[in-house]
Design a protein around this ligand. Structure first.
Ligand SMILES: [Zn+2]
Length: 415
């Protein structure tokens, strides 16, 4: 057994730090309100900076406030192995979404520092600015700018409801850094995160080896019928858009089921007009959210969805409009990074499942410019973006050990 295989992080310290930083912006319901570039966010970042000092890391900040804690490698000129996530939260968020990935990364660096161990590649822990996109309305903003998906000017110009801009708030909170917000070479990147869904807990698995992120899109469908009196108008003589919806829903659910257990369909909004209980509606609008991790299956779902909604319009003699109003392409993570996580899990002996993420993460942006993958741990009831978000100390420790081992696979211990 090599040293890499026996090395473990300090789970108690990691847990204590999660609790301590969770007090900044703590809510009455046991969660956290530490939105991007508020005073609470600044205080959280200052606490993180003090821990970086204890871990013997240098800390730098870029032009969009992303923080980079760095531990040098032994071989000059090699690109870093990176990990990171976010410290900001939703207004009624939890204590672990994002924060766990950042503090676990720091724990990895501190573990190596205390063991006087060195890697050939440098190691970096990143705090991405404004991942949540609740105060400033663009999620994953810091990693988007850094990876070139968004311009710095567009990020600076985002404003909150009071009119305060990202640029102003970066300056006010002392987070405007001197590094250019542009990705340099990265050897490999990992993001450790809570699952934010119920699958790992339901299957009693400790680790999610995340192979990619779902393809997803949202669509709006409007059927136009004819308003008519609910009494005198026979069923056969109506132009009733609700009948079309009644045909679509079971067909779309069945179609989704045919695309396997990873397919998703959600009807989150349905609105009939005029909205009177004794009038056949003249207009019916609903949304369809479609997701699948496999590109081919996802395309097949899109085609089937279109055929179903069109067939219903024809059958009930309705005019219709439909359009896609949001689409996010899926991500397939780097096979070497996924293999590094898999070998870490195998070595540590934790139960696991391979899975795709149903939510977007900073890692999606990072994967545009660097070999990347993710690691999940379970969260209670799958709850996230919720004050009741909860995790177990054992899972927290296990996930951080997987991160440690995976990073060492790619960064190479120098003996
Ligand atoms: Zn997150």
């Amino acid at each position: 057994m090599t040293q890499r295989h026996t090395l473990r992080i300090n789970g108690e310290r990691l847990w204590a730090r999660l609790e301590e930083i969770g007090q900044i912006g703590a809510t009455a319901g046991g969660g956290c309100n530490r939105q991007a570039l508020t005073d609470e966010d600044r205080i959280g970042r200052e606490l993180f900076a003090s821990w970086c000092e204890q871990a013997g890391c240098s800390l730098r900040r870029d032009a969009v406030g992303n923080l980079f804690a760095r531990r040098e490698g032994t071989e000059p000129g090699l690109a870093p192995v990176m990990t990171g996530s976010h410290l900001d939260t939703q207004p009624s968020g939890g204590k672990y979404d994002g924060i766990y990935g950042v503090l676990a990364g720091l724990e990895v660096l501190q573990t190596l520092e205390e063991g006087a161990l060195h890697t050939r590649h440098p190691l970096e822990v990143v705090v991405w600015t404004n991942e949540e996109g609740c105060r400033f309305d663009t999620a994953m903003m810091g990693s988007a700018v850094w990876s070139g998906a968004m311009s710095l000017e567009d990020a600076y110009a985002l404003a909150d409801r009071t009119g305060a801009s990202v640029r102003d708030e970066l300056e006010r909170t002392g987070q405007l850094g001197d590094l250019p917000a542009v990705a340099g070479p990265v050897h490999a990147a990992f993001e450790l995160h809570i699952e934010q869904g119920p699958v790992l807990e339901a299957e009693r698995k400790t680790i999610g080896v995340v192979t990619g992120v779902q393809h997803m899109s949202r669509h709006r469908v409007v059927y136009y019928g004819q308003e008519a009196h609910a009494g005198p108008t026979p069923m056969t003589l109506r132009k009733d858009p609700m009948m079309a919806l009644g045909q679509c829903l079971p067909e779309l659910y069945a179609m989704t089921e045919q695309h396997g257990p990873d397919a998703r369909v959600t009807f989150g909004f349905v609105h009939a007009e005029p909205g009177s209980s004794n009038t056949v509606p003249g207009r019916l609008e609903f949304t369809v959210d479609l997701r699948h991790p496999d590109a081919g299956q996802y395309q097949s779902m899109l085609q089937a969805y279109e055929a179903i909604i069109n067939a219903a319009a024809r059958r009930f003699d309705l005019a219709m409009e439909y359009a896609c109003f949001w689409e996010a392409p899926g991500v397939e993570f780097d096979s070497d990074c996924v293999a590094a996580v898999q070998s870490a899990v195998d070595n540590l002996g934790y139960s696991y499942r391979r899975m795709v993420s149903g939510a977007g993460h900073d890692a999606c942006n990072v994967s545009r410019v660097a070999p990347t993958s993710m690691i999940f741990i379970p969260c209670e009831g799958g709850l996230s973006h919720n004050e009741k978000e909860a995790v177990s100390a054992a899972d927290v420790e296990a996930g951080a050990n997987v991160l440690l081992q995976a990073m060492l696979v790619r960064a190479e211990l120098d003996s």
